[in-house]
Design a protein around this ligand. Structure first.
Ligand code: SAM
Length: 259
């Protein structure tokens, strides 16, 4: 097989530890009526395990040089699209209905958030995502209130998913080695997602977290403070509370009190 130089600009750190690969692939339990989406299959290290599962597999790889590594996996069940995942029209690419759609990937770190945003705005119902990301990002996604990592995106993700950091991955497990520790994170869709006007709820959350150092009161000047105050008091929060101290459930209560 031809030697392909890893491109830093595409976040190419290829996984070489078979145990880690196996554990990532094992994190989802699928049937033949399911689909796995893999973003950035690269030379196919993870694709090798995912393609052995019963379900269909749809991969997006931006680097056409990977074709010779990936073509052996192509089958009736496994499809590879060469192009930028962020430009992909997922609804168009997924040609038949599936019971569950999963995303399993060692993603390029430089576009972690855009990838999740693209998946979320695609309109697909994703049952779970198992992603290898920078540890720092994993901590942010799975952060609890009162920690420095807790922010707007944490609460946004918690609206849809139960989020767990599964295990850390040392730079030694990759080639070339990244400078940072990585973590495998699982975002599992909640059984019941709170019915809410999501566009308005997320706009409200963005406002709440707008200036991290400021109190909620300061950030939410345009909202009816009296109603917010009642919810804070009911939940034993000081009136000087900051957004980063408030759990998802209390944000929902505040939003609902305002509407
Ligand atoms: N899955 C392989 C592995 O674990 O060894 C490769 C992972 S590597 C961290 C990320 C992969 O994503 C690379 O193959 C890179 O070419 C690909 N990639 C980078 N940006 C992409 C994009 N916008 N759309 C699709 N693939 C992309």
């Amino acid at each position: 097989m031809e030697k392909v130089q890893a491109k830093k600009s595409l976040g190419q750190n290829f996984l070489k530890d078979e145990n880690i690969l196996l554990n990532i692939a094992r994190a989802v339990d699928v049937t033949k009526d399911d689909l796995i989406i893999e973003i950035g299959p690269g030379k196919g290290a993870l694709t090798k395990y995912l393609s052995k599962k019963e379900c269909d597999l749809l991969c997006y790889e931006i680097d056409k040089r990977m074709e010779s590594f990936l073509e052996p996996f192509v089958s009736e069940k496994v499809k590879i699209i060469y192009g930028d995942f962020l430009e992909a029209n997922l609804k168009k690419d997924i040609i038949r209905p599936y019971q569950n759609i999963y995303v399993v990937a060692n993603i390029p770190y430089y576009i972690t958030t855009p990838i999740i945003e693209h998946l979320m705005s695609s309109g697909l119902v994703i049952s779970a995502m198992v992603l290898l990301v920078q540890k720092e990002v994993a901590l942010r996604f799975s952060a609890k209130p009162k920690s420095k990592d807790y922010g707007y995106f944490t609460v946004y993700l918690q609206h849809y998913f139960d989020i767990k950091r599964l295990f850390d991955v040392s730079p030694k497990c990759f080639s070339p080695e990244p400078k940072v520790i990585s973590s495998v994170i699982c975002l599992k869709r909640k059984d019941k997602i709170v019915p809410i006007n999501e566009k308005n709820f997320f706009a409200f959350l963005k406002k709440a977290f707008q200036q991290k150092r400021k109190t909620l009161h300061n950030n939410l000047k345009d909202y009816a403070w009296e109603k917010i105050r009642l919810v804070l008091e009911k939940n034993d929060f000081s009136l000087n509370v900051r957004a980063e101290e408030i759990p998802y459930e209390v944000f929902v209560q505040i939003y609902e009190a305002l509407n």
